[in-house]
Write a protein that binds this ligand. Structure first.
Ligand SMILES: [Zn+2]
Length: 371
């Protein structure tokens, strides 16, 4: 199986367009035309993990955190990043990072976190804006159904739990072609009033080229009338963090112990308890102090995240409990999800990579140790 095929599957799981601007996701080392013999999935692609890949005859490492994050000016092997990069390139091992592309996905890092705690009624905590565009186009009634279906197939018309969403209205379009025109209805230099259907659909902006391609391949006009707009609405299925509910409210201390056990946390640092039961739980895997405001706004009883600093805890202000369960711990099940996703999708490829060639790393890359 070629690396490019596996990248398409990874893009389906975590579209690069979902990643934060500061991030460095996607293919970090390697050649997309490379034949892949095995995939090792890990949290951090350290040098020891590259060695593990070599031992297991894997020439692709899919990591959660990008090992190359802020750019490399020299590659001499004098720090842990350069060592990992040198070893991977010398051994023809490709490295692909998903990070915030998966953080921002509705089935990604934070859904995995919520599922581990059995939360229900989950939704994105901080939904993204500027991700939606709208296409408006005009065509003859006979072409409307075919054109709509092609746009849906290209990814348009998805809103929350609904697909094939569009708005269609009827009206009169007018035009007159010049000497070089070849109109579908009417003649050159003829003023035409045609019955037209106006089709309106929304789509995620990174799909724009696919949508335009579908529009141009399925429209019957010589000159296609269309408009694309940026939509300011938030996208309810893309964004950081998640909020959900416990099936049954729990006492604060019971809940913290439950989290400790479910997430296999070595310790939890938290703000003052409020002596009220926990029902609404906000989560943000990884560094999440920026989510405190959103968690308060959404009336969460607790925010589970990591990397909270001393002054962050003051922001609890008796409105919720802030709990730091550890960075690695809050993201720990992400790699299992990636392995399962790859196995399920790769089975459908011919020739597929055997399931036994998609491996979960056994190395614990958590740099934080506890007494
Ligand atoms: Zn992280």
């Amino acid at each position: 199986m070629k690396l490019s095929n596996i990248i398409s599957i990874l893009e389906e799981m975590a579209p690069i367009a979902y990643a934060e601007d500061f991030d460095n996701v996607g293919l970090l080392t390697g050649d997309t035309q490379q034949e892949i013999s095995g995939i090792l999935v890990c949290h951090d692609a350290l040098e020891t993990v590259v060695e593990e890949a070599i031992e297991n005859n894997c020439n692709l490492i899919v990591c959660f955190h990008p090992i190359i994050f802020s750019g490399l000016k020299k590659i001499t092997g004098k720090n842990y990043v350069e060592k990992a990069v040198i070893k991977s390139i010398r051994n023809d091992i490709a490295i692909y990072a998903v990070h915030t592309a998966l953080d921002n996905h509705k089935n990604g890092v934070n859904k995995i976190f919520c599922d581990a705690l059995g939360l229900i009624n989950t939704k994105i905590l901080i939904p993204k804006t500027n991700f939606i565009q709208k296409l408006i186009t005009y065509t003859i009634p006979e072409n409307a159904e075919k054109l709509r279906n092609a746009l849906f197939d290209a990814g348009a018309g998805k809103i929350g739990n609904y697909e094939d969403c569009s708005f269609n209205s009827q009206g009169i379009g007018t035009y007159m072609g010049n000497e070089n025109s070849n109109p579908e209805i009417g003649e050159r230099f003829e003023f035409v009033e045609a019955q037209e259907i106006k089709i309106e659909v929304t789509f995620e902006k990174h799909l724009q080229s696919k949508i335009i391609k579908a529009l141009f391949s399925n429209h019957v006009y010589e000159e296609i009338a269309y408009e694309i707009y940026d939509i300011q609405n938030t996208h309810q299925n893309i964004g950081l963090g998640m909020i959900g509910e416990l099936k049954e409210p729990m006492e604060e201390m019971d809940f913290l112990n439950f989290v400790k056990q479910k997430m296999d946390a070595n310790g939890i640092r938290h703000s003052s308890l409020l002596n009220k039961k926990i029902k609404k739980v906000a989560v943000l895997g990884g560094s999440g102090s920026f989510a405190i405001h959103a968690a308060k706004n959404q009336k969460a009883d607790i925010l589970l995240t990591a990397d909270l600093k001393y002054h962050d805890y003051y922001q609890a202000e008796k409105q919720l409990v802030l709990a730091d369960i550890g960075h690695f711990e809050s993201e720990r099940f992400t790699k299992n999800y990636i392995v399962d996703f790859l196995k399920e999708k790769i089975i459908n490829f011919a020739p597929a990579l055997p399931e036994s060639k998609i491996i979960l790393s056994k190395i614990n890359t958590n740099p934080v140790k506890y007494l």
